[in-house]
Design a binder for this molecule. Structure first.
Ligand code: ZN
Length: 60
């Protein structure tokens, strides 16, 4: 009798903790040269550098 192995379950991808699985983060907009840096108070969305926009937590 041949025992059939159940198909390996696909591991559930963890969501990126930085962007909450969205793939984007909001960051404060800064203007001017570095030494005169000031915050504008505005925020913009940027690609999450932790998951590179995939929304999935790095497996490593
Ligand atoms: Zn992310």
């Amino acid at each position: 009798m041949v025992t059939r192995r159940s198909p390996a379950r696909k591991p559930v991808a963890k969501r990126c903790p930085d962007c909450k699985g969205v793939g984007e983060i909001t960051e404060t907009v800064r203007v001017g040269p570095a030494r005169k840096r000031r915050d504008t108070g505005d925020q913009q969305t940027a690609l999450c550098l932790t998951c590179f926009g995939s929304g999935l937590a790095p497996t490593d």
